[in-house]
Design a protein around this ligand. Sequence first.
Ligand code: HEM
Length: 414
Amino acid sequence: MSGHPSTYEPKNGFTKWMDQRLPIIRMGADFMTYPSPRNLNYWYTFGGILTLCLVAQIITGIILAMHYTPSVDAAFESVQRIKRDVPFGWLLQPMHAVGASMFFFAVYIHMFRGLYYGSYKAPREMVWILGCVIYLVMMATGFLGYTLPWGQMSFWGATVITGFFGAIPVVGESVQQWLLGGYAVDNATLNRFFSLHYLLPFVIAAIVGLHVWAMHHAGQNNPVGIEPKSKEDTLSFHPYYTAKDFFAICIFLLIFAYFLFYYPDSLGHADNYIEADALETPAHIVPEWYFLPFYAILRAVPSKLLGILLMFAAVAVLFILPWLDTSKVRSMRFRPVTKLWFILFVIACFVLGWHGALSPDDPVMGVKSVWWSRAATLYYFSFFLIILPVMGLIETPKDRPDSITKSVLGEASS
Ligand code: HEM
């Protein structure tokens, strides 16, 4: 699994016995000694941070599930009870809710990092594609989980999102009913959403296993985007990167704690403190912050069906990215013009997120919000479908160092 020749030697009778039957200790040892490029920077600590987030979400989620009641009559109350009466519930519930936001925050940095350093390029296409699958399942899990507290945004968010499926021609209505377990968001919906919300994190954990396996098999990319050529170019994962990951995790936990203890509600919506009411539509139905860019894309076009198609296309385009970028050079460090387009792309994502939270008619700098969303949507797709394919063919990249070691030591490139 580790993708490098094993150097593990079983030392005692038990480890020798085990190694011949189930070489799990060998796997762990090989994982720890995995030769990682010696120039990995702090952007490379987010994989470890994400692993921690996933484990934390699963543990807090399992405990919450012991006290949560998935029924429309009791769900809202049960969450309030968890916060007030269950030992440490006041901590566990916001840890899970804020944890979801921190998880998405980390995954976005992880994805932008992959984009910037060209980690999706051969031979790492599978690492990237499995990452995209994880992202899709994460989105589903986040959406399903938000329904569970059965607040106003839970209910209306679920109504709007399942409504998208109703817009699919011919089969849409049946698909929507199948998702809901009826004609509207109700008890059957809450039950199946709870069941799936419990299941999917384990599916994510399994795909993360494949993701890391694929990465170890292909070898890790690095900030200069050139492959290690000698032993000198790599370092053992432990203790070098375990120490670096540990430090980054501590900083991440400080930020997490800041939100958790000082602003636990700042990342959610106040309307979710009102119990779901099918007869009272909130003034603005908005998804959680991490879905806002997609929400802006959805509303950028007047046709509902086209909006939905565009929204799904925004994720689908990530899957084919390895074949859209035609450049032979991986890292944007050596692609001066593409780097500028990339910075604009990040700005476009922020613009989409910002306008996803506004009403389409809200004026921003004298222009209706929907027009900002349209411009950013156009740029989002142009970046993948035009800029990356074309720039790869016409851009003259900067000279790259001969080796990772030379880049670290600052020696001249040839
Ligand atoms: C639960 C979510 C995820 C976990 C736990 C996870 C875990 C990891 C870990 C441990 C690494 C190695 C360390 C590092 O490079 O940071 C890694 C690398 C990578 N991940 Fe993820 N990942 C997740 C989601 C994603 C997503 C959503 C994408 C992209 C769509 C992605 C794309 C990549 C790529 C391309 C690499 C290779 C980086 C390189 O070699 O430069 N990952 N991931």
